[in-house]
Ligand binder design. Structure first.
Ligand code: DC
Length: 235
């Protein structure tokens, strides 16, 4: 572990619908970590772009918008909070439309560059579990533990469909699958920081696992890794 950090950095990457957000927030709650949901930053850029009528292809203006985003690490709540235009980003950025727009802006090098220091600063003290697409490869390449969650596309679309319908949204399974496949392809083939497991990541296929089983596996991985490197567990 980096000598300036007192507590570990854990990263979890993977495509949409693998349960990263739920698993990371449950882990954070149980282990006393802070959860960094970095997809929310790209979603915020997309939200700001719509509010201010900036084109999703205007790299210069989108990069400037990143300067208006504030990240607050709320240790008591165990998560990072994002503010833009004086408003806290909440459910408004959670729609599939915003997810698709976030994927589009995330292809732009200027936007990725502008969001990098926000993510690194939020994680600097350690004691965080950061989730996204490039946590292990770009943002925290020296993270203590790297996990990559994967699952079959049909299972991921099913989970996402259930999540949307449980929230009362009008969704069709086939549309969810189509949109998710499009977004995965865009995230995996972009030229900068594409979605892929870091060479030193532990890959977990969650297709046949319950959410609780995934959380338990992550806790087990952290326990075994931190026990090996420090002689005692960080949990
Ligand atoms: O995890 P999410 O669905 O909230 O992410 C929305 C989009 O943001 C995703 O399709 C790609 C982009 N993203 C990224 O490029 N890098 C990250 N670390 C996190 C998200």
């Amino acid at each position: 572990m980096d000598g300036r950090r007192k507590r570990p950095i854990i990263v979890v990457d993977g495509p949409a619908g693998t349960g990263k957000s739920t698993v990371c927030s449950l882990f954070a709650e149980r282990a006393g970590y802070c959860c960094l949901d970095t997809g929310a930053l790209y979603r915020t850029v997309a939200w700001l772009a719509r509010e201010r009528e900036v084109s999703l292809d205007d790299e210069d203006r989108l990069s400037l918008l990143c300067g208006d985003i504030l990240v607050v690490v709320d240790e008591a709540a165990g998560r990072m909070r994002i503010f833009a235009d004086g408003e806290e980003m909440d459910r408004r950025i959670r729609t599939d439309e915003t997810g698709m727009a976030a994927s589009r802006v995330s292809r732009l090098p200027g936007v990725r560059r502008a969001l990098l220091p926000l993510q690194r600063e939020a994680g600097a003290a350690g004691g965080i579990i950061a989730e996204g697409r490039d946590m292990g490869t770009v943002v925290f390449p020296d993270a203590d533990i790297k996990i990559f969650l994967d699952a079959d596309p049909s299972e991921r679309a099913k989970r996402r469909y259930l999540e949307l319908t449980e929230r009362g949204e009008d969704a069709q399974y086939d549309d969810v699958l189509k949109d998710m496949s499009f977004r995965d392809e865009q995230d995996m083939t972009r030229s900068i920081a594409p979605l892929k497991p870091s060479g030193d990541a532990i890959v977990l296929d969650t297709t046949r696992m319950t959410r609780e089983e995934v959380v338990q596996s992550v806790m087990e991985i952290v326990r075994s890794k931190t026990a090996v490197s420090h002689g005692s567990s960080a949990l």
